[in-house]
Write a protein that binds this ligand. Structure first.
Ligand SMILES: Nc1ncnc2c1ncn2[C@@H]1O[C@H](COP(=O)(O)OP(=O)(O)O)[C@@H](O)[C@H]1O
Ligand SMILES: [Mg+2]
Length: 253
């Protein structure tokens, strides 16, 4: 975990990031779908080794923001500091093939994504996700937790400095979640990888995030540590979830 850098006004550089170049930054990213404004000039920075949670109600724009950071869709305005090939993407809906083995799936995606040295990339992704022992198992025989690991392994094939996960834990049971978090925490240790993930589970954000981004109706309402969000709400709140709901209410959502 990184030291608490306190609350920041969206778009304004935090003191800690003044000394360290961001791993990825969004600058005034907007996205329109017809009349619907899904994102409104969202700006933030994430540092190397940081775990960043994107939290917000349904339809807040979480998936849209992640998919723009990953280059899956273009913003209507604004820009992202990193090219998509340097950003790994783990979608909520898996694209892996149930009838193929773990290794066959990874080889297929390594070819589709045109990574350098596909065989080496597959072995590294197996190693990183602890899937070596399962490499020859057919996907349909794996538990939900292990399928999710394969999904993450696909996102890691190109050895990206930034990994994005869209609601990675929503289909997992508590023990599988625990393993997922042990794995993700290991991934960011040493500061090589930055992980951004979206979640409905604000308790998970409180436990694991160095920084939370609160999105509501396409607007970035807060960026800072979970403790800073608590402090921003003030008073005595039952827990982080209560503080989060109170915060949204205070901001008119
Ligand atoms: N491809 C699309 N076409 C039209 N509207 C979309 C599309 N994708 C997302 N939206 C709209 O943009 C808003 C944000 O969606 P989304 O990013 O999926 O939110 P979240 O992931 O926070 O639930 C929603 O109102 C959603 O209906
Ligand atoms: Mg979503």
């Amino acid at each position: 975990m990184l030291p608490d850098i306190g609350p920041t006004i969206p778009g304004v550089t935090a003191s800690a990031s003044a000394t360290q170049a961001p791993s990825i930054a969004a600058r005034a990213v907007s996205r329109r779908f017809g009349d619907r404004q899904a994102l409104r000039e969202v700006s933030f920075e994430a540092l190397p080794g940081e775990l960043v949670a994107i939290i917000g109600p349904n339809g807040a724009g979480k998936t849209t923001l992640l998919s723009i950071l990953g280059g899956l869709q273009k913003p209507s305005g604004g820009e992202v500091s990193r090219p998509p090939r340097e950003v790994g993407w783990v979608p909520q809906q898996t694209a892996i093939y149930a009838k193929l083995t773990v290794r066959e799936n990874l080889k297929l995606f390594a070819r589709l994504e045109k990574v350098d040295d596909p065989a080496g990339a597959v072995e590294r992704a197996l190693e990183l996700t602890g899937l070596h022992g399962r490499a020859d198992d057919v996907l349909s025989e794996l538990s939900g937790g292990n399928r999710q690991r394969v999904n993450i392994a696909v996102g890691l094939l190109a050895d990206p400095p930034v990994l994005l996960l869209d609601e990675p834990s929503s289909a997992l049971d508590p023990r599988q979640r625990e393993r997922l978090w042990a794995f993700i925490t290991g991934l960011v240790e040493g500061g090589r990888t930055t992980v951004l993930w979206s979640t409905h589970d604000v308790g998970e954000a409180e436990r694991h995030a160095d920084r939370v981004l609160v999105l509501a109706d396409g607007e970035l309402l807060f960026t800072g540590s979970p403790a800073a969000l608590h402090a921003e709400v003030g008073g005595v709140q039952r827990d982080f979830e209560a503080a989060f709901v109170r915060f949204l209410h205070k901001r008119g959502h």
